[in-house]
Write a protein that binds this ligand. Structure first.
Ligand code: AMP
Ligand code: GLY
Length: 407
């Protein structure tokens, strides 16, 4: 198959890396891709938001399957547009992608489907969580414990759009649970935990994600099955009932509270950086699974191997406020020599020099027999990479590796 991956981050590099292992792959292309993906296939200078340009590229390349990484093009209807143009796509329709694109729509679906979620509050009073309705790249959610935080949260959320969701602040362990689905069949992937805050010990502002690990202790096959039946299945049924059947990857962001799981959010695509920890553990042919979903017949059975993975994000000094560009990066090959994978998240190449080009620059992923082993390799590898201002969290997977969960 000739495959086109749409996007340019670490998630897309990880997808390209896994797809490149498929015996069914004939040619790998990316738009726009990045310097890491360029080592696996051919990158084309077409932006993920340029639907016309992508359709033209698919025709030129005679693409058999498009795999869409980021949410914004899906919410804008890229999958529908490509399908109308006769191209097979892994990624939901615009109508189904609203589950991520609108927090009020997601809440309506959850409530109608009877899925446990943080309760909506009629009055904003601390403690509570304020969410702007539309896509905000992880920056539209304000956890407010004090009146002062609430005042600031309400102002910031209002500046992002008209509609707000105010909900109860729930506490517990956060887990990302991804399900591949053609709308009927569901194939859960291994659960992962993401580290959203910028600093060690969950200090500082929210980011796109500073690291991840998989598996999550305490979530075995039976627990995953139960979560998927309580959460993903009723949501798929409700979306179908509304004439918006979902095919693609349905990502549930969950809080495991003392009173059971609560959905915090749905995403309509692979998570970043969780994917970088999930795919290296995956056994089986991802291309066959994604092509099955795109064709409406998910039959293949990929599953997680008996390993653990840890992903450490190497970010620019002032991330998340600001990114950095043009700073030389050293040591990627040294890092790879440890056996770790280095996924490019925001890099550029000038001649033979690799340069920073955004906020989250590189993702270092290592697998091992267990979380402590994976952590050791990931941090060893990360220590071999350097660029001016490089920042990383030191505690990715630490609590789980030590046998207790994060509080
Ligand atoms: P979201 O984009 O909805 O996942 O929110 C971003 C982050 O805000 C989540 O990963 C949680 O850490 C936090 N969050 C969102 N909703 C809630 C909630 N109802 N209670 C507590 N924390 C929340
Ligand atoms: N890791 C969070 C996200 O992909 O939305």
């Amino acid at each position: 198959m000739r495959v086109l991956v749409v996007g340019s981050g670490g998630r897309e590099h990880a997808l390209a890396w896994k797809l490149a292992q498929s015996p069914r792959l004939e040619a790998l292309h990316a738009a726009p891709g990045n310097p890491g993906i360029a080592r696996l296939g051919q990158c084309h200078p077409v932006r993920a938001g340029d639907a016309e340009g992508l359709l033209g590229l698919c025709r030129e390349l005679e693409t058999d399957l498009v795999v869409v990484g980021p949410e914004a093009p899906l919410v804008a209807g890229l999958a529908d547009m490509l399908r109308h143009g006769g191209v097979a796509v892994f990624g939901p329709s615009r109508a189904a992608a609203r589950i991520e694109g609108s927090k009020t729509f997601a809440k309506e679906v959850l409530e109608a489907a009877g899925v446990p979620t943080a309760a909506r509050l009629a009055v904003a009073r601390p403690p509570c969580v304020v969410k702007a309705d539309g896509l905000a790249a992880g920056k539209g959610v304000f956890v407010c414990r004090t009146q002062d935080e609430l005042d600031r949260g309400l102002r910031a959320a209002a500046s992002l759009g008209d509609e707000l969701v105010i909900e109860e602040l729930v506490q517990g362990e956060e887990v990302s649970l991804f399900v591949l689905t053609d709308g009927h069949e569901m194939l859960p992937l291994a659960p992962a935990q993401d580290y959203k805050r910028v600093g060690d010990g969950d200090a500082g502002p929210n980011t796109g994600g500073m690291g991840a690990y998989s598996p999550v202790p305490g979530l075995g096959e039976a627990e995953i099955e139960e979560l998927v039946e309580t959460i993903h299945r009723p949501v798929l049924a409700e979306l179908a009932r509304r004439g918006a059947p979902f095919a693609g990857l349905l990502y549930a962001g969950l809080m495991l509270t003392d009173d059971g799981p609560r959905v915090l959010e749905f995403n309509c695509r692979f998570g970043d950086p969780e994917t970088q920890s999930i795919l290296p553990r995956l056994e089986g042919d991802l291309l066959e699974a994604l092509a099955g979903v795109a064709a409406g017949a998910l039959e293949s059975r990929v599953s997680a191997g008996d390993t653990a993975a840890v992903t450490v994000v190497l970010a620019a000094a002032d991330y998340p406020e600001r990114g950095d560009s043009g700073t030389p990066i050293e040591g990627v090959e040294d890092a790879e020599a440890t056996g770790a994978l280095v996924f490019h998240a925001a890099t550029a190449r000038r001649g033979s020099t690799l340069l920073t080009n955004g906020g989250r620059i590189l993702n270092v992923t290592a697998t091992g027999d267990d979380l402590p082993a994976a952590r050791t390799t990931a941090y060893d590898a990360a220590a071999r990479i350097s660029f001016a201002g490089m920042r990383l969290r030191r505690d990715i997977g630490l609590a789980a590796a030590e046998g207790h969960v994060r509080g």
